[in-house]
Ligand binder design. Structure first.
Ligand code: NAG
Ligand code: NAG
Length: 870
């Protein structure tokens, strides 16, 4: 049974791939803007101090602090109804505290008053084990804040931090205990508004229309909006997916050219625009702030409804009552959602990695990919037939380019009936997969969640008979337009239907599948062509072959990583359009350092496999792909880190250098782990490129070993490759022998590259497992820490439990920045010697610096040992 494996894999994949083969390009008028979206328009026009709610009946119960939120009598025109006829029932607020600095705040209608319907709460997102991390609140202390007429209630949150419920005016905030400085606050500007459900009366017109669509809204408008403030913040980040800069630009405020708010609404946007707050394929309502003085904070609103978020410019607080210490920058934001409840999480940081770990403890970390999936993938809409597949595959070998996976798009099926094959074009799918597998390669086929409405198609027959489709308002199967024409959509929210769907991937059910076949889940927004305003799940979407889109792919992927989706990448070359050879080469060079590395293209584009652009360009693309393969041991170790802690594989620079202000707003360069800094080239005809290298470190050019001082912007030669630097103080594991695919690399020996810091020290890690099974979950892996200090390299075991066995050895150790020239190296406990050599790096480069190399130490990666320079 492979269904389980597939489902896991597939969940990982949902988050990273999709393609979008468009029917039309971006049309502004097809998408709603804030003004055409009543809840957004209403929320945006509210003035500060709009909220008249106060907190009463504050108690501790079941380990939480709870309160009723009511509108005081003097603000009620009629004690039961306010001016708009809205019943002013109390709302219930609860504050819960969890391990490691997490505050959860929920606000919902009072269930004891029987509201007409239970409001939607998002299932399946919070980890089941999260509840066990709750700290049971025992008591509060009372305090009067800023001369308020009512008490505020203070509870312990984390070492050095407390949470405060201020009752009148209503405010909830986290503050530092010693200084009293706020860290994060809710409703400090009084913009909170919660539209309660109602029973319809004569004359109520609640319908909402957009183009040909009508939303009947049987319980009336039910939107929620509030302001959130981030203190000590220089920038805010997150809330993907938008094709825009890493740090989020203000959308509203004095002196700011007002733009649309950032929209969180999954849309399948053909040829999307760069520099736009417009919603794209996935939506994650998680925002982070970072500033030099305070560090990093985070805020997550668990809500699946359409959301719009304004980042308010500085100066906006002129209208508010909040006094800020002059040394504390603040960024205010306005969150607006169409429905749902307030279920929010405040993360105190204070370091960037603390915030992503806190967030990961709520929503989980990403799955560990199989090793092959971290290699290069070749895709196109479409590889035509078995002959085409054979030909493309053989060219990779002919041109000596490694790759691991060949992908088939929708045309491989029998009339877009997924889980079937076009019998004329792909008569022998099993043989085709076995042939690829004989060279260590895999195949991926696409299976989309929209099902062709065709009585003769077995999936449709079962799904319609069992009622497994999503229904429309009248209770009938929802019928939309997608690749196969008239289509219906599997109801993935229902666990029984999910398990039925998972069974369809079994070898016995998916005829023509073999153990080397994997699945691409696409169009999972899910996409409906007749009217893009609808719903949906992430890769960076249907990008276009332009320099701007190459540029914007970097912040998009960094943002996805910050918000928990690390295994992502952009279609190399751009999905639409024809990149010229230079753009394509530059794209390969940057994408080779992204977690997911796949070439893909629309069927109207010209063929663009790496050997079609002349010998020189083929060489440059081959070099880029080969460097990626040499770094796979490092990438795989980083995927392990992401799996365990939630810290992403590719990281914005400020995550590694939180005190270096020059990095906060830089999204042209990025870090792979803590050791490599990658600077892309995003312009034509560039011979060199400027790159900011963070302070207090020395940076070694990966190509030549040349050392550069940090803390300044350097101009670096970049004609044939983009510059990549190893940070001083790190050790990076590589496998330098060139092979066809990851399978042939399995038993290859390792190279360790040590870049010493100013005190002559460095450290790094290596994680290895079988690369394919879940045995690592039971402890079947090797995990080593390498420490270099005082001229001695030591390998320390980090793995607990049973070990995974490997006979791999270390064949070479390269030392960057090491000053003395030792004569030899002594290896313990085996007590043998290895040669030490001084010479240029093996990699081709114009500039050659001499580096030290320890040749053939031949120690095993699984053993404890030390290597001492003599
Ligand atoms: C790591 O990923 C695997 C799936 O690949 C999953 O089973 C495991 O729970 C993950 N570990 C953590 C700590 O999330
Ligand atoms: C460093 O190595 C030298 C020579 O092997 C030794 O004499 C010295 O004690 C070592 N220092 C430390 C701090 O380990």
């Amino acid at each position: 049974m492979k269904s389980v494996v597939f489902l896991h894999y597939f969940l990982g994949f949902i988050l990273l791939v999709s393609h979008l083969n468009s029917v039309s390009s971006w049309k502004k008028e097809e998408f709603r803007n804030c003004n055409q979206t009543p809840f957004c328009k209403r929320a945006r026009s509210r003035k500060p101090q709009h909220c008249k709610l106060i907190a009463t009946d504050v108690i501790i119960g079941d380990g939480d602090l709870t309160a009723k939120l009511i509108t005081p009598k003097e603000f009620q025109e009629n004690p039961d109804e306010d001016s708009s006829g809205i019943a002013s029932n109390p709302l219930i607020l609860s504050l819960s505290v969890y391990e490691n600095g997490i505050l959860r705040m929920k606000i919902d209608e009072d269930a004891s008053r029987n509201p007409p319907k239970k409001r939607f709460e998002v299932p399946d997102v919070i980890l089941p084990e999260f509840e066990s991390k709750k700290l049971w609140l025992q008591r509060y202390t009372k305090q009067v804040i800023d001369g308020d007429s009512a008490d505020s209630f203070v509870v312990y949150l984390f070492d050095g931090y407390e949470a405060v419920l201020r009752s009148d005016p209503l405010e909830v905030f986290v503050r530092e205990q010693s200084s009293g400085k706020r860290v994060l606050s809710f409703n400090s500007h009084g913009l909170f508004d919660f539209e309660q459900l109602r029973v319809k009366k004569e004359g109520d017109d609640w319908e909402e229309r957009f183009r040909s669509h009508t939303d009947s809204r049987p319980y009336g408008p039910q939107s929620i909006s509030f302001d959130m403030s981030f203190y000590g913040a220089d920038f805010v980040y997150g809330i993907p997916e938008h094709a825009t800069s890493l740090s989020l630009k203000p959308t509203k405020g004095p002196g700011i050219e007002e733009s649309e708010p950032y929209r969180l609404f999954n849309l399948d946007v053909f040829e999307y625009l760069h520099e736009s707050p417009f919603g794209l394929y996935g939506s994650i309502p998680f925002m982070l702030s970072h500033g030099r003085t305070r560090g990093t904070s985070g805020f997550f609103w668990l809500n699946a409804a359409e959301m719009q978020i304004d980042v308010l410019g500085s100066g906006w607080d002129a209208e508010s009552s909040i006094m800020l210490p002059s040394d504390q920058n603040r960024i205010d934001t306005l969150w607006m959602s169409e429905a749902g409840i307030v279920d929010t999480f405040f993360f105190i940081g204070p370091k960037p990695k603390d915030v992503v770990k806190q967030y990961a403890s709520v929503t989980g970390t990403s799955a560990m990919p199989q090793l092959f999936a971290t290699g290069y993938h070749q895709c196109r809409w479409n590889y035509r037939d078995e002959e085409d597949v054979k030909n493309v595959d053989s060219k990779f070998d002919e041109y000596d380019i490694p790759y691991d996976v060949l992908w088939l798009d929708i045309e491989h099926t029998d009339g877009k009936r997924y889980f079937t094959w076009d019998k004329a074009l792909f008569p022998n799918p099993e043989e085709m997969q076995k042939d690829l597998a004989s060279r260590g390669r895999r195949m991926v086929t696409i299976v989309d969640p929209h099902i062709k409405r065709d009585e003769n198609y077995h999936i449709h027959k079962e799904a319609s008979k069992n009622g497994y489709y999503v229904k429309d308002a009248s209770g009938k199967d929802y019928d939309g337009w997608c690749w196969p024409g008239s289509s219906s959509y599997i109801d993935m929210v229902n666990p029984d239907i999910r398990s039925w769907w998972a069974d369809k991937f079994a070898y016995t059910q998916y005829v023509g599948s073999t153990p080397s076949l994997y699945i691409w889940n696409d169009m999972n927004e899910p996409s409906v062509f007749n009217g893009p305003e609808r719903y949906g799940t992430v890769w960076t979407g249907d990008n276009t072959a332009t320099w701007e889109q190459l540029r914007v792919s970097v912040p998009m992927i960094l943002t996805l990583g910050l918000t928990g989706i690390t295994f992502s990448g952009a279609d190399v070359g751009g999905f639409f359009g024809n990149p010229d050879s230079e753009l394509l080469v530059r794209w390969y060079q940057v994408a080779a350092y992204m977690p997911f590395f796949r070439g893909h293209a629309h069927h109207d584009t010209k063929r663009r496999e790496p050997w079609l652009f002349g010998e020189h360009n083929t060489k440059l693309m081959r070099d880029a792909i080969r460097v990626r393969y040499t770094l796979l041991p490092y990438f795989y170790t980083l995927f392990r880190e992401a799996n365990v802690s939630g810290v992403p594989v590719t990281r914005p620079m400020w995550m590694e250098f939180p005190d270096d202000e020059a990095t906060f707003n830089n999204d042209e360069a990025f870090m792979v782990g803590n050791g490599l800094l990658v600077q892309g080239v995003y312009t034509e005809h560039a011979k060199d490129v400027t790159v900011y290298l963070p302070k207090d470190h020395t940076w070694y050019d990966l190509r030549s070993g040349t050392a550069y001082k940090g803390g300044k912007t350097q101009k670096i030669e970049a004609a044939d490759a983009i510059p990549v630097f190893q940070r001083s103080g790190t050790i990076i594991p590589r496998k330098d022998r060139f092979r066809r695919s990851t399978v042939q690399m399995e038993n290859d020996p390792y190279t360790l590259v040590i870049a010493v810091d100013s005190s002559g020290e460095a450290e790094g890690e290596l994680y290895i497992d079988d690369g394919k099974s879940y045995e690592f979950n039971k402890g079947a892996y090797i995990h080593r820490r390498f420490v270099f200090s005082n001229g001695t390299l030591t390998s320390v075991n980090l793995a607990a439990g049973t070990q995974f066995l490997s006979d791999c050895t270390i064949e070479r150790i390269i030392l960057l920045g090491h000053l003395s020239k030792p004569k030899s190296a002594r290896i313990e406990p085996s007590n043998h010697a290895a040669e030490v050599e001084l010479g240029p790096l093996q990699i081709q480069s114009k500039i050659r610096s001499s580096v030290l190399t320890i040749r053939k130490p031949n120690v095993r990666v699984s053993d404890d040992w030390t290597i001492k320079l003599l």
